[in-house]
Write a protein that binds this ligand. Structure first.
Ligand code: ZN
Length: 257
């Protein structure tokens, strides 16, 4: 237990650091900065940040959420993204602690980092970067090919299903309901999860989207037609299906019999 405690802390801290990195990465890609060599700066006054303003989670608390020079408020979204990434990394350890396969843990950490990246980018800018999705599709395909944790049928049907489900809506609505980014993300989800869990991921995403839409409607924060980026809900649905898909699908088929 005590030993696990240390692991939980290590995973949380690594997650918070990655979350902080993903925040920067999103901002740098959006603003056309070099995402490796550029130094972190305040997005408002553009002052370069000192090392102590760059510590995940702590800097935000220590600076009370404001830039030291221009006093602009740093959006709490960035802070929450760091904490949330840390918590998800802890969850990866928790799910894998009975048998520690390092390649599996690294793979899941990568997938989670990618999903958080898509979530942040889509939530802030309503856009999913094609290049990022293709890289992730390649890595996921290579992983399945090496580890063989998915049947070829499930993988291929997953890609066809994930792609065509969104491509259909894209063409029918001429890109008004969903964007091309959602179609590519659908393909990624199919490749990652296989067809069975892809169905679940999409269902969960649409339920979440519907709840969120109702919530906005009743809290009168959004108008009837206020746009909610589908990609953010898809990432949440994918995470859910990745960890709970097995149980739910087994339970469902037992229920049918
Ligand atoms: Zn500033």
């Amino acid at each position: 237990m005590y030993q696990n405690m240390i692991f939980y802390i290590i995973f949380f801290v690594s997650g918070a650091i990655i979350g902080s990195f993903l925040n920067c990465l999103v901002w740098r890609l959006k603003n056309n900065k070099n995402f490796i060599t550029a130094r972190s700066q305040c997005p408002f006054c553009e002052r370069k940040l000192a090392w102590f303003e760059n510590i995940p989670v702590f800097s935000f608390l220590f600076l009370k959420g404001k830039c030291r020079t221009c006093r602009e408020k740093i959006p709490i979204f960035y802070f929450l993204a760091e904490i949330f990434t840390g918590l998800l990394f802890v969850l990866v350890f928790w799910f894998n602690q009975s048998d520690l396969f390092f390649y599996k843990i690294f793979f899941e950490l990568f997938v989670i980092s990618f999903l958080i990246f898509v979530f942040i980018y889509d939530a802030l800018y309503k856009e999913i970067l094609p290049g990022a999705v293709w890289v992730a599709v390649l890595i996921v395909t290579a992983y399945h090919w090496l580890v063989k944790d998915l049947t070829i049928e499930s993988f291929v049907y997953g890609i066809i299903l994930g792609f065509s489900f969104f491509a259909f809506q894209y063409f029918v609505s001429k890109g008004r309901w969903i964007g091309g980014g959602d179609v590519r993300l659908g393909l990624f989800i199919g490749a990652l999860l296989g067809w069975e869990k892809t169905v679940l991921a999409v269902l969960v995403a649409y339920w979440l989207g519907a709840f969120f839409g109702l919530f906005l409607l009743f809290s009168k924060k959004g108008k009837m037609n206020s746009e909610v980026p589908l990609g953010t809900f898809l990432t949440a649905g994918t995470l859910f299906a990745m960890y709970f898909g097995e149980y739910i699908i087994n339970w469902y088929f037992k229920f049918l019999n």
